[in-house]
Design a protein around this ligand. Structure first.
Ligand code: SF4
Length: 331
């Protein structure tokens, strides 16, 4: 990477940014990584979330994820030298207050101040861990919380939000996703990478360039998972997404949204309506609404980041092990 090379700008990075919706957007034939993962996990869960649109109560773990993402996004508003653990910790409370103001139901998560303080400390500990994995003073993201979408040849729209997109002066793109959980065991890695390849496919289809690197940062246990996708992998991802969508359309046509029990049921908000747990799903909507886009509400207001500062961005190949080809995601 040469200092003389022109800095990449936000507008040079895939022209994928689209106006940000307030929350969920109703779109025909549209899929996001989150809802694709729902269907892979359990078709009935997908139905509850996308067809029935059942509300789900906030959870401390999900809210903590939202908070940590918001802090990491804001951290890059600071001039590079100011991106320190102390500054990140100082952002925790104001960001929490901002989120709680926007979503008053979050306040109900805690019985008292003490419980909330413990929870905030856990979020701060995750942020401390972030600094053991990356040096944000050497990064200038091209985009944060970037809304992306593309339409496949099949007509299916892919949508989602990318936590962070880095662009080196060479033009190489790195897609970064923060996870507040722990890195998955080996048998679940393919599913984690599927989400990243989904994003890589969208960026490839909109920019014409395959991202150089996909990076998952697990703040729960301080691990990083990296992958360098190639064309064959992204074509395979596209085939898998199209096949997944066909399965969703079949379920929608037949009304056969069968439950799939797994350890993830422990975190499911809809056990009371699930036959696996003795419940009965509500009747399907008489006139099914268009399948809602699987775009979740952005964790915070998305925005384009600054341009890459001269000398600030290390080559994307730094510290990047050879990419691993993930096996097909098992459904
Ligand atoms: S409890 Fe388990 S099987 Fe039932 S809907 Fe939720 S994830 Fe699916």
């Amino acid at each position: 990477m040469s200092d003389a090379a022109p800095a990449a700008t936000a507008t040079e990075v895939p022209a994928t940014a689209v106006p940000h919706a307030a929350s969920e957007v109703t779109v025909h034939r549209s899929l996001s990584p989150s809802r694709a993962a729902d269907f892979l996990t359990c078709p009935l869960l997908y139905r509850f979330r996308v067809i029935d649109r059942l509300p789900e109560p906030p959870s401390p773990a999900a809210a903590r994820g939202t908070l940590v993402h918001a802090v990491l996004e804001r951290l890059f508003d600071e001039p590079a030298p100011g991106r320190t653990p102390t500054v990140a910790r100082g952002l925790v409370l104001p960001q929490w207050e901002r989120l709680a103001t926007a979503e008053p139901e979050l306040a109900s998560l805690f019985a008292d101040e003490e419980q909330r303080a413990v929870w905030l400390d856990e979020a701060s500990a995750m942020l401390d861990r972030y600094f053991t994995l990356e040096d944000p003073t050497r990064l200038e993201p091209a985009h944060r919380e970037m809304s992306v979408q593309t339409v496949l040849d099949s007509g299916l729209t892919l949508r989602g939000y990318i936590d962070r997109l880095d662009v080196a002066r060479s033009g190489e793109v790195r897609i970064v996703d923060y996870k507040t959980g722990t890195a998955p065991r080996e048998e679940y890695e393919a599913r984690a990478l599927f989400q990243m390849k989904f994003y890589a496919l969208v960026v490839w289809r909109t920019s014409g360039a395959i991202p150089r690197q996909l990076q998952l940062i697990y703040l729960g246990n301080g691990e990083i998972m990296r992958c360098a996708p190639d064309e064959a992998e992204l074509l395979a991802t596209e085939r898998k997404i199209n096949a997944l969508w066909q399965a969703i359309e079949r379920a929608r046509a037949t009304g056969d949204w069968r439950p799939r029990q797994s350890r993830l049921c422990d975190w499911c908000a809809h056990q009371a309506l699930c036959p696996v747990f003795g419940g009965t799903p509500p009747p399907l909507p008489a006139s099914p609404a268009p399948i809602a886009s699987s775009v979740p509400a952005p964790r915070s207001i998305p925005e384009a980041g600054p341009t890459v500062a001269p000398g600030a961005e290390p080559a994307l190949t730094d510290a990047a092990p050879a990419g691993s080809a993930a096996p097909a995601v098992s459904g």
